[in-house]
Design a protein around this ligand. Sequence first.
Ligand code: ZN
Length: 332
Amino acid sequence: MDLIKPQTDEQIRRLRASVVYPSVNRITPGVPQGALFEDEPIAGNASVPTATYFLTGSECRYTCSMCDLWKYTIGDTTVAGSLPRQIQWLHQEYHTLERGVEWIKLYNASNFFDNSNVPPEDYESIASLCHGFQRVIVENHAAMLGSSTIQQRVLRFQEQLRGELEIAIGLETIDPKAIRLLNKKMSLAQFDDACKFLRGNGIHSRAFVLLQPPGSPSATAVEWTVKSCHWAFSCGIERCSIIPTRPGNGFTDTMMASGQWQPPNAQQLEEAMDQVLLRTPLEHRIVTVDLWDWERIAGTCEQCSGPRRLRLESMNAEQRVLPRIRCVPCNS
Ligand SMILES: [Zn+2]
């Protein structure tokens, strides 16, 4: 099967059937998938205690070829009242406010400002559940942010919050060879426009940048990741999160099985982080690497997997390049 040509929504959805996804069994409507507490780096070698809530709602409308977040969603529309109840439950379960959390990410694996994903009547109660947090971070597709209806919705939610609003948007890549396979339905101009809208309205921004998405050859993948981060910063994005593209959504697995794509390895992730830090002026960047998937990409070397992870965690926190970990057993 030749996947080096763009696939339709339908084709991408059909390929999902080829993967086993045990996680889908754990998705129950109305039940959140958990919370994560970590420190987010900010300028000046400081950090902010941050909570991420993984909320259960309906699927994103976009069907990007490389995305596996659909596994964490259920149905086409989120029931009204469900998200506020989940947030309240997580607040109580984790004592989030009492533990000094300042920023909260409300991640629903889709678009926060799409009424199918977040019912309009819920924005106000979600906003009031976020009183007490300095910043609220939500995710949304950049192309949607070009619609004036969506813009009004964003601005109304911003008004309802007492703290600041930040929107996380997926840039993914500026590598043209990869873009044509992503089925992202977003042009770079639309991404730039979304950044202008956010900046013009005092809304903070972050971008997700993929390392080695399908279509981006291994030899140039790191360079395209660095270029993509630079481009995002030039649009006014305040922080970039580098995500190693992972298999497990059907399309990527099929490409991998036919030798047309391979997931990035740990060395590439280290190289990408080093290069963005080295080649971007300090005042223009907060860059982090996503380590949620580290154990899979780092392999099983007992000598270096742990120390290399720690090095990247420290680099996320300190925003500077630290000495590489040398490992004899695995020759890295
Ligand atoms: Zn090793």
